[in-house]
Design a protein around this ligand. Structure first.
Ligand code: GLU
Length: 433
């Protein structure tokens, strides 16, 4: 089984979506199930409703999964596992106060060295522990760092080794006995028989901790790992919340299609024979081991290009925008010259606004009168001939104001094409100018 394990703590980042897509593709390629695990262990950071939002985004992108679990529903198991580690002296009760820890952290910072737990409570006798618990001194449970290094072979990054110092004696159960991320994640990957973890490389340093936990619990089935390189913004920095385009919601609001976003995220850091495809098509040729090791740079122009390609396949635009079907032809025209759905909608809305442009005002008035006072010809050439003849306007002075009367823009689609689709409501539109 593979898994996608989002935390319901904020808007979905494109990096997370990319992880979800890759997990889905590989699960399908390997004929394995896909689990969605909502990692809600950190009560303070959880945001209500984000879990639903994540699932809705997965549905929107066509990422099908077999099961959804909330990590918090396994807290009792996490606690049992922590107890097992305690009983086997692979974990210990730690009474160091938050202040003590913070002071040590600050000290390490001053001395320019990485903070590590001092080991102070590691060798308390059971008597001392009992005594302190009786005195109601708050405590956490820490994992005893392993004696030997942890090595693993990452499918993208290759062989990686972490020392016990890197792993440290980290907290596995908090004061309120809820599990920390690393502990819950490690136990759950074991419980659900996860075969391969695909996630962002920001989790690379968590992996040896998670492996060490399972080793200590006696789980000997290997879980493979693939850590995806980060996505950089256009300035070459890690794409963060401050970059609008990092938010899946923002991209959707900007009118990018899920198909195009998914296509773009699969293409990022990859090279394939073809560039335009769907997630399901990618199942045939995607190769996780061939992903570039270098960070990938986000390029909105490339996304726009793909969006345009995927927009070509769209039908029923009027329905999508919730407008009368009579406008389908006009929407089609706008679609062909736009890169996003938002652009299409803006062009469409503009048709129904009043013109404020001063240039060609007179010409517009003359043409408006001519159009409103006569019957419209079946075919555009006859219509054009009449306008030329009756108004005396020609060239730029005819076509620019005429296009403005139709779509409220001087430049853009061919008037001939516009006339064909707008005829049933052309007078209505012209009246508004
Ligand atoms: N909950 C973690 C996150 O959203 C994912 C951890 C994982 O995939 O192991 O970053």
């Amino acid at each position: 089984m593979l898994r996608f394990a989002p935390s319901p703590t904020g808007d979905m980042h494109i990096g997370n979506l990319r992880v979800a897509i890759f997990n889905y593709i590989v699960a399908r390629q390997n004929n394995e199930k896909l689990l969605i695990r909502i990692e809600d262990t950190d009560k303070e950071r959880n945001i209500e409703g984000k879990d639903k939002e994540i699932l809705e985004i997965l549905d929107l992108f066509g990422i099908k999964y077999d099961k959804v679990v909330y990590q918090s529903s396994n807290f009792h198991i996490h606690q049992q596992m922590a107890k097992k580690l305690l009983d086997e002296k692979k974990a210990f009760v730690c009474f160091c106060s938050e202040e003590d820890i913070e002071n040590e952290r600050q000290k390490a910072k001053k001395e320019k060295r990485a903070y590590r737990y001092s080991g102070k409570c590691e060798n308390l006798t059971s008597k001392e522990v009992e005594e302190k618990i009786k005195q109601k001194i708050p405590f956490v449970i820490r994992f005893k760092k392993p004696k030997n290094s942890i090595k693993f072979n990452d499918l993208i990054k290759g062989e990686i080794e972490f020392s016990p110092f890197d792993i440290d004696s980290f907290v596995i159960l908090r004061k309120d006995l809820t599990p920390t991320y690393n502990f819950a994640c490690s136990v759950d990957d074991m419980l659900y028989d996860i075969s391969l973890v695909i996630r962002g490389e920001d989790h690379l340093s968590n992996t040896p901790k998670q492996i060490a936990i399972r080793d200590a619990l006696g789980y000997d089935k290997e879980i493979k790992y693939a850590h995806l390189p980060i996505i950089l913004n256009e300035d070459g920095k890690k794409m963060s919340k401050r970059d609008n385009a990092s938010s899946v919601k923002w991209l959707l609001e900007e009118g990018f299609l899920p198909e195009a976003i998914a296509n773009y995220l699969i293409l990022l850091g990859n090279t394939f024979e073809k560039e335009v495809f769907t997630i399901d098509e990618a199942i045939d040729f995607f190769d996780l081991s061939k992903i570039s090791k270098a960070p990938a740079k986000f390029d909105i122009e490339k996304l726009k290009f793909l969006n345009k390609e995927h927009m070509k396949k769209l039908t029923n635009l009027a329905k999508r925008f919730g407008v009368n079907e009579v406008y389908e032809g006009l929407l089609e025209i706008f679609k062909d010259e736009s890169s996003t759905l938002k652009e299409v909608k803006e062009k469409f809305d503009k048709v129904f606004e009043k013109s404020v442009d001063e240039e060609f005002k007179n010409e517009r008035e003359i043409l408006k009168k001519e159009i409103l006072e006569n019957e419209l010809e079946e075919n555009y050439d006859d219509f054009k001939k009449r306008l030329q003849k009756n108004t005396g306007l020609k060239g730029k002075k005819l076509f620019m104001p005429l296009r403005e009367l139709l779509i409220n823009q001087k430049h853009g689609a061919e008037i001939k094409d516009l006339y064909k689709v707008m005829k049933p409501y052309l007078k209505e539109v012209v009246k508004r100018r």
